[in-house]
Design a protein around this ligand. Structure first.
Ligand code: CS2
Length: 489
């Protein structure tokens, strides 16, 4: 089977929307760090709309900080790939050609740094996952023990991590060419967090450098939304059946997409609003709504699915009692502590989310969402639980979800007796604390003492008793019975 490349530009099936611009005319105006499926189906498409509108300044140099495979696959395909949007009968496909480069940072460091220092590059976008920033999730401080942070502080000219690359770029770049860093990872105040961590990191290396950049660097906050599962052999085979050629970088995602960006750029920016991005004065309410209602529910679905041996989000939603739990978690617990942006119909937003979760055309694996829980839970659940405590309100389903996550970390085995792979670099420290605990109450107390995730503010005894009771039922009666008890309580 031939592999997709420029020879196929005019021979793809008519169902695949063509590029509509001349790739040879593209300049590189954006460097993107993190070349995963999410970027390819989100920022790259918004940028492609700008290119289609005739502004050729915004080609993207895509950088993979670790994977060698992704840039290699893309380069083998002349950096072309397709995005398929699917939900039942709804769907469309388009070819994407916005990438001017696809680099593997460890072997192409010089190119990456040269691009970051190039004045024609005005924007750096990032989707590197929460754990790449060297952030203590609860405290918001720089984690000096983070492997890349530690490495890059002592080998500043040979960076490996996000902060190392960006800080070195600030050394090489002339501040007369201002720069905007657009963080697109699922963290509250993501732009502010990046700015704070980069400042802390850079000041340790060279306070003058950070001072030189103080008026020339912007890190707007953003909210990104699109469900983009990692590719599987079957999603790639399906893409191939649609294309008639092999596209090993094809992305199958949902039709929905959203990007809300704080309108605070240091210099020119692509007109992403052409593709529907919202440029707003403040992103906070959008972030809170999405992180709590979508991502908060997602993480609960993930641990529920993992413990029960249910593979995908759509399969969880296809089970009436599980879907009922998800709906109540979202519309009763999470929504009750979420301020939605002005003009939003919260109930409708939730209904739409539930519909999106039911999308059987996507194999969005619970195992994928369960990854990196120590980063995600701290952002998605704990602020909601704290807000509820401040109002002396119980959130029974979210409290259950927290107990279920700790149960999953302590006993990573599903209902079929299969071992579960916990993929979370931050989990080992927490699991070590859980290991010594004899009872769910002890396990909870031990977990809560882990400040990088749970912070240092105390958790009231009564609340702990409720969460520990869920843990007890999970342990003695199993997941379904403990969920049923929740309905009865
Ligand atoms: C998911 C997100 O993997 C996860 O943790 O919750 O990737 C989610 O699909 C996106 O944020 C949707 O916008």
């Amino acid at each position: 089977m031939p592999v997709l490349n420029t020879q196929h530009l005019s021979s793809l099936p008519p169902t695949v929307a063509p590029l509509g611009y001349d790739r040879n005319a593209l300049q590189t105006g954006i460097v993107h760090l993190g070349l995963g499926a999410f970027h390819r189906a989100h920022q790259a498409l918004y940028t492609q709309s700008v290119l289609q509108a005739g502004d050729a300044r915004w080609g993207i140099a895509g950088v993979s900080l670790r994977s060698e495979q992704v840039p290699q696959t893309l380069n083998d395909q002349d950096r072309l790939y397709t995005v398929f949007e699917r939900h039942g009968a709804q769907g469309q496909a388009q070819l994407v050609g916005a990438l001017t480069h696809a680099w593997h940072a460890p072997s192409q460091r010089a190119q990456v740094l040269a691009a970051l220092a190039n004045p024609a590059v005005k924007v750096v976008t990032l989707t590197v996952t929460e754990k790449a920033y060297g952030l203590h999730p609860a405290t918001g401080a720089l984690d000096e023990a983070h492997p890349q942070v530690r490495h890059d502080l002592t080998h500043a000219h040979e960076p490996q991590g996000v902060l190392g690359y960006l800080s070195e770029a600030l050394r090489l770049r002339d501040p007369a060419a201002p720069l905007t860093l657009v963080c697109c990872d699922n963290m509250a105040n993501n732009g502010d967090v990046l700015h704070r961590l980069l400042g802390d990191f850079t000041q340790r290396l060279d306070p003058q450098r950070w001072a030189r950049w103080s008026d020339h660097l912007q890190c707007p906050n953003t909210m990104v939304d699109r469900i983009v599962p990692a590719a599987t052999e079957s999603s790639l085979a399906w893409a191939q059946s649609q294309l008639g050629v092999r596209d090993a970088a094809a992305v199958v995602c949902e039709p929905f997409t959203q990007w809300v960006i704080e309108d605070r750029f240091a210099a020119e920016r692509p007109e992403w609003e052409r593709a529907g991005a919202l440029l707003v004065p403040a992103v906070g309410p959008f972030q809170a709504m999405k992180l709590r209602l979508l991502n908060g529910s997602h993480s609960a679905i993930a641990y529920l699915g993992q413990l029960l041996g249910v593979d995908t989000v759509a399969q969880v939603m296809a089970s009436p009692p599980l879907a009922a739990f998800v709906r109540e978690l979202m519309t009763q617990d999470l929504l009750s502590v979420t301020a939605v942006p002005a003009g939003y119909d919260a109930q409708r937003y939730c209904d739409d989310l539930l519909h999106r979760f039911e999308n059987e055309s996507l194999a969005h694996r619970t195992e994928q969402i369960a990854m990196d829980g120590t980063q995600k839970v701290a952002v998605r659940w704990l602020p909601a639980l704290r807000d509820a405590l401040a109002r002396q309100q119980a959130l029974p389903r979210l409290e259950w979800a927290l107990a279920a996550w700790l149960h999953y970390l302590k006993h990573p085995v599903n209902a079929q007796g299969q071992a579960l792979a916990v993929q979370d670099p931050g989990a080992a420290a927490l699991q070590a604390l859980l290991a010594d605990a004899q009872t769910p109450a002890e396990a909870l107390a031990a977990a809560l003492s882990h400040a990088p995730v749970f912070g240092s503010a105390p958790w009231p005894t009564e609340w702990q008793q409720r969460v520990a009771a869920h843990g007890e039922r999970l342990k003695t009666q199993g997941v379904l019975a403990s969920l049923a008890a929740l309905g009865a309580s």
